[in-house]
Design a protein around this ligand. Structure first.
Ligand code: G1P
Length: 263
């Protein structure tokens, strides 16, 4: 729920979903995360306060958030990993392809990142994961794909490894938090034993899926910020503020002065 400029990180993912044609959003929450549900709901007290004060601009902003799309929440009762979190949504998703967002990965792109994946899925019928090329020393922070044939920025996934050390990494193509997945991932997740960090890893189920069905990796176009990382969070804040008409010019001036002072 930490804000980048003036919106919580998770809202960027929700807006990306909506801009890509997604109408139903399932949020996997956990203990102590009530603030998320409250954020995407009407706030009677706040709305009536803004109404009384005649702050129409803010009022419509607050109302828009609640009307973004249909939200469903499900709780992950124990922190057993990303694969387990996805499995928590099984009954809500049902038997159709679905998209997964790891909201910490904020992606700014002309064409929303998940839409780029959905387009590839529509053309091919495959499950699709987003990837980025990372410096070799960074592979241990990501799921890394082993590719077969490639067509430009689209690669066939033949295997995947979760957080390999550089010398064990099958490539420098790292999975970023956007996926379009076949519902056949659910039974595979159910059979997946805890892997890296003792957690049920989505990567481990995906590598089995890749042996059974087509899984593609797409080098998406756009800029990704790891907002779960302190430096990434600050970089996202600066870039997104610079891009704002109301705030960008002021920040640009201040940064220039500050950089001059720093030399
Ligand atoms: C998760 C996934 C990993 C992926 C990464 C992307 O790791 O397990 O495969 O590359 O997200 O951000 P986490 O960052 O939760 O450790």
């Amino acid at each position: 729920m930490l804000p980048i400029v003036d919106k919580p990180v998770i809202q960027y993912a929700v807006e990306e979903a909506i801009a890509s044609g997604i109408e139903d959003v399932i949020i996997i929450t956990g203990r102590g995360k009530h603030a998320i549900e409250d954020h995407f709901d009407h706030s009677v007290e706040l709305e009536s306060l803004l109404e009384d004060r005649g702050q129409q601009g803010l009022l419509s902003l607050v109302r828009q958030v609640a009307d973004l799309c249909r939200f469903t929440y499900t709780r992950q009762k124990r922190a057993l990993g990303l694969g387990h979190a996805v499995l928590c949504a099984r009954d809500l998703v049902g038997d159709e392809f679905f998209a997964v967002f790891l909201a910490d990965d904020l992606i700014v792109a002309r064409d929303p990142a998940i839409k780029q994946l959905i387009d590839v899925h529509r053309r091919t019928g495959a499950s699709v994961v987003a990837v980025l090329r990372v410096p070799p020393e960074k592979t241990s922070s990501y799921g890394v794909v082993k590719v077969g044939s490639s067509d430009g920025r689209i690669h066939e996934v033949v295997d995947m490894v979760e957080k390999p050390r550089p010398e064990k990494a099958p490539s420098n193509l790292a999975v970023i938090g956007r996926y379009v997945l076949s519902p056949r991932i659910f039974p595979l997740l159910e059979e997946t034993a805890p892997g890296a960090k003792g957690e049920i890893q989505l990567t481990d189920a995906l590598r089995v899926l890749a042996q059974q069905e087509k899984v593609l990796a797409v080098e998406f176009e756009g800029t990704r910020y790891d907002t779960g990382d302190k430096l990434g969070f600050v970089q996202a804040t600066i870039d997104l503020t610079l891009a704002r008409e109301d705030l960008g010019p002021g920040l640009r001036e201040w940064l220039k002065r500050r950089c001059g002072e720093l030399g």
